[in-house]
Design a protein around this ligand. Structure first.
Ligand SMILES: Nc1nc2c(c(=O)[nH]1)N[C@H]1C(S)=C(S)[C@@H](COP(=O)(O)OP(=O)(O)OC[C@H]3O[C@@H](n4cnc5c(=O)[nH]c(N)nc54)[C@H](O)[C@@H]3O)O[C@H]1N2
Ligand SMILES: Nc1nc2c(c(=O)[nH]1)N[C@H]1C(S)=C(S)[C@@H](COP(=O)(O)OP(=O)(O)OC[C@H]3O[C@@H](n4cnc5c(=O)[nH]c(N)nc54)[C@H](O)[C@@H]3O)O[C@H]1N2
Ligand code: SF4
Ligand SMILES: [Mo]
Length: 754
């Protein structure tokens, strides 16, 4: 590419020859120093101190208490992931003539990192049907295209969204779509924590965490399952360090030995932790990927055998517990240990740590949800919490660790294909008519529907629908069947270059959270609502729009003044009033603008065993053990189908990326120097006849990747690990029929030397 691209993110640092033995520590401080003392430092500090929630993860640091505070007002809670996210947003604009000079064919050669480094989008562009270049487009033409696009039959229009935008934008998006008569509100949570939302709602009547930060601080045991928190939720590590210091235990369940879950050095505790690191895991269970339900049933069985089940609690506060107890009792140890690969003794040790703790918090992320049995996994966690009396009391409970910084807010606002009946009722009252009963498409269904030509128009409020999906070949083809696509985005990504519509593809540049000309709100994974101040953009001559302005103007053109005065809603105070009236638990939003009082959403934190189900009791579900067979080696195509070995591939984020957006090559904590690596156990390397650093081919059921470097690491043998989104070219994921999530964490692949 030519010289006109901005290039001022730091160059990729050389990787240490050997991976570090702990997470966090001095490299984090070095990163901070490098960025905050650089010429960009003042801008960065301004953003860090801006009163708004961190852009990165849903732990929710920031807001009115100051850029560095958590919801309890504790300071020093900003991590370097926050700096990383801000630095990417502070890039200079994509050069004025960039799109004139580079054809789509050229743009499609870019990697995710290169696409992000093009800079901030600062003017709207369109790729017209049959054309080779994006070109600038006027706002009036965008509205005309959008109006025409969304005047199609409601079952043929859809939206997709990603959880970085505000509650206000989310609310307006769903109201606009539902007023049209469309329920096709696909969201990144469909690929993320939907298994938690669905599973927890069935058990407790509420789909989010029942544990507040305050309550987490009272627990003396955390079971951390399928989470790489040192990289993805760094400030959770402070809580784990403090828990260990007060004598509590952390049980980690993960097929990969993640360095930061063994030891972590936190800058929040410079003297006692930063340099040498604090021990995190008391017990590390390195199970077979996809087998968590078996392990949890094993823990339940051990609790029963040791007579540690809280029967009086179960009788008083749960329904259907007998079947769950009977199932665990009658499942053989042999079956359990064979499926999960963890010995009975280790499982009994875990059960004992749980039984002897005064309060246990069960926390989890994608290693639990992204499976064919994701909802079962969540049920099995809930069952274990209930059998041990650890739900509905301070210091205990179930705590999904959410992804995007406002992904949970999107769900609360009704951006979901499973609308709460209370919201449905409130919206029907507002509209004065019933909502459409046609079921909506979630993210996977949307791709399938598009693939068979059932979608005319799509609006994407953030995200990267193309690269977030399995089977990139299908995703590209499916998006290519859609007549018009509108991408609202802050920065260019692979989706803008590969996820092209049949007709027009429009990219609409938007302000990010700290730049909006109005206040907004977001919701953390701990159910805490943040108020984000208005701000300014650093971009010179920027022709950006706020998501709220675009959505209200489009809705006004589509719906006139029905059912609300849309243009008036450009003042987000009125959107907050609507939210307060229609969204359960958000009543306190009504006074937020006057008081500035951020608040915890009502009806979600359970400190007593009275849950949000109709009976007030938790409902328990028997969780069948998964059958973890791998396909026959010949079934995974390729040139020489008998060669190589079959492995279970886990796809994850590297240390330096945010979802589909790569910030830097490599992952020092896993010893992977670049992204074209496969991490496997040395035993499997030997079995396949590979040397470390040798190049291999990885074959899945949808494609293959050549020239992949073998890296040996501390992963459960039989499994391997690679980075998404590049790896999504390989496979058509299996889907959990209970919630539609793709099984990104258990993909059969064949690995062979070329
Ligand atoms: N810096 C940064 N922060 C982020 C993100 C980011 O990309 N970068 N993304 C955000 C988003 S949207 C999300 S959803 C979260 C993701 O946060 P995580 O869920 O922590 O992210 P993953 O990289 O998918 O890591 C999943 C972990 O699960 C383990 N695992 C894999 N399979 C299994 C299994 O079968 N059982 C168990 N018990 N463990 C398993 C993996 O080894 C890995 O440690 O992070 C959020 N925060
Ligand atoms: N193989 C595999 N695939 C996965 C996963 C996995 O673990 N393995 N994880 C899945 C998960 S958990 C998730 S959440 C999805 C992520 O899927 P998405 O949420 O769809 O993708 P992101 O990469 O987070 O989207 C990044 C883009 O959002 C835009 N953006 C950033 N901030 C804003 C903003 O304020 N407003 C607007 N309008 N746009 C903004 C930028 O243009 C940026 O390029 O991927 C899923 N896919
Ligand atoms: S833990 Fe998450 S919310 Fe807190 S500063 Fe780090 S990235 Fe931001
Ligand atoms: Mo996510």
């Amino acid at each position: 590419m030519s010289q006109d691209e901005p290039q001022d993110l730091p160059a990729t640092p050389a990787l240490d020859p050997a991976p570090p033995t702990m997470g966090g520590g001095l490299p984090v401080i070095q990163y901070w120093a490098k960025h905050t003392l650089s010429p960009k430092g003042p801008q960065l500090w301004q953003k860090l101190l801006h009163k708004s929630a961190c852009l990165s993860c849903a732990w929710g640091t920031g807001g009115q208490k100051g850029g560095f505070a958590n919801e309890l007002g504790e300071n020093l809670q900003r991590c370097m992931k926050s700096v990383e996210a801000i630095a990417a947003e502070l890039q200079p604009p994509v050069a004025t003539h960039f799109f004139d000079r580079h054809s789509i064919a050229e743009l499609q050669q870019l990697t995710s990192l290169e696409a992000d480094r093009l800079g901030r989008l600062s003017f709207p562009v369109v790729l017209r049907e049959g054309q080779s270049h994006y070109e600038r487009i006027s706002w009036e033409e965008i509205y005309q295209l959008a109006e025409a696009g969304f005047r199609q039959p409601p079952e043929r229009v859809a939206s997709y969204s990603s959880g970085r935008s505000s509650n206000e934008a989310a609310y307006l998006l769903q109201l606009m779509m539902r007023t049209l008569g469309s329920n096709h509100l696909a969201d990144c949570s469909d690929l993320c924590h939907v298994a938690s939302t669905v599973g927890l709602k069935q058990v407790f009547g509420s789909g989010t965490s029942m544990v507040s930060l305050e309550s987490l601080k009272q627990s003396d045991c955390v079971v951390l399952m399928g989470s790489n928190a040192p990289a993805n939720h760094p400030r959770l590590m402070n809580e784990l360090i403090q828990l260990r210091e007060r004598g509590g235990n952390v049980i980690v369940v993960n097929p990969m030995l993640e360095a930061g879950l063994i030891r972590f050095g936190s800058p929040a505790f410079p003297i006692k932790s930063l340099l040498t690191g604090s021990e995190i895991a008391s017990l590390y269970l390195q199970l077979i990927p996809g087998s968590d339900t078996a392990l949890l049933v094993g823990i339940q069985k051990a609790l029963i055998a040791a007579n540690r089940v809280q029967t009086a609690y179960l009788q008083a506060y749960t329904d259907d517990w007998e079947a769950v107890v009977e199932f665990a009792r009658s499942t053989s140890w042999e079956k359990i240990t064979t499926i999960c690969g963890i010995s009975q003794t280790e499982i009994e040790t875990a059960a004992q740590l749980i039984a002897t703790a005064s309060g246990v918090v069960f926390a989890w992320a994608m290693g639990i949800t992204q499976h064919e049995n994701g909802v079962d996994n969540v049920h099995a966690i809930a069952n274990t919490a209930l059998l041990s009396g650890n739900a509905g009391k301070p210091g205990a409970g179930t705590m999904p660790i959410r992804g995007h910084s406002n992904v949970q807010g999107f769900g609360s606002m009704g951006v979901t294909v499973r609308l709460k009946t209370e919201i449905q009722g409130a919206l029907e009252k507002l509209l004065g008519r019933p909502l459409s009963r046609v079921p909506g498409y979630h993210a996977r269904d949307l791709i399938e529907a598009a693939d068979v030509g059932k979608i005319d128009s799509l609006i994407c409020v953030g995200g990267n629908l193309y690269a977030a999906n399995p089977d990139l070949t299908q995703a590209k083809r499916a998006l290519g069947q859609i007549e018009t696509i509108f991408y609202l985005a802050t920065k260019p990504n692979l989706g803008h270059f590969h996820g092209l519509a049949r007709g027009n593809t429009v990219i609409i540049p938007v302000f990010n959270r700290s730049e909006n000309p109005h206040k907004t709100t977001t919701e953390s994974g701990n159910n805490f609502v943040r108020l984000n101040d208005q701000g300014q953009t650093h971009l010179p001559d920027a022709d950006l729009i706020s998501e709220v302005e675009f959505l209200t103007e489009l809705a006004h053109r589509l719906h006139g003044d029905y059912p609300v005065n849309w243009r008036k809603l450009q003042d987000t105070r009125y959107v907050r009033q609507l939210i307060a009236q229609t969204i359960p638990g958000y009543e306190a939003m009504a006074t937020l603008d006057q008081t500035g009082q951020e608040f915890t959403i009502g009806g979600r934190i359970f400190t007593e065993p009275r849950f949000a189900t109709p009976s007030g009791k938790a409902r328990m579900f028997v969780t069948e053990l998964p059958e973890l067979r791998l396909p026959d080696i010949r079934k995974l195509g390729g040139l020489s189908p008998h060669q190589g070995i079959i492995l279970t591939l886990i796809t994850v984020r590297s240390y330096f990326q945010h979802n589909t957006v790569v910030y830097r090559e490599g992952d020092r904590y896993r010893g992977m120097p670049h992204r074209q690596c496969i991490l496997l156990h040395p035993e499997d390397g030997e079995r396949g006849g590979f040397q470390e650093h040798q190049r291999v081919t990885v074959q899945g059921d949808a494609g293959h990747l050549d020239n992949i470097e073998v890296i040996y690491g501390a992963i459960r043998s039989g499994s391997a690990l690679m980075f998404y989104p590049e790896v999504n070219i390989l496979f058509k994921a299996r889907i959990d029929p209970n919630c539609g999530i793709p099984a990104f964490k258990r993909i059969p692949v064949r690995v062979y030397a070329a």
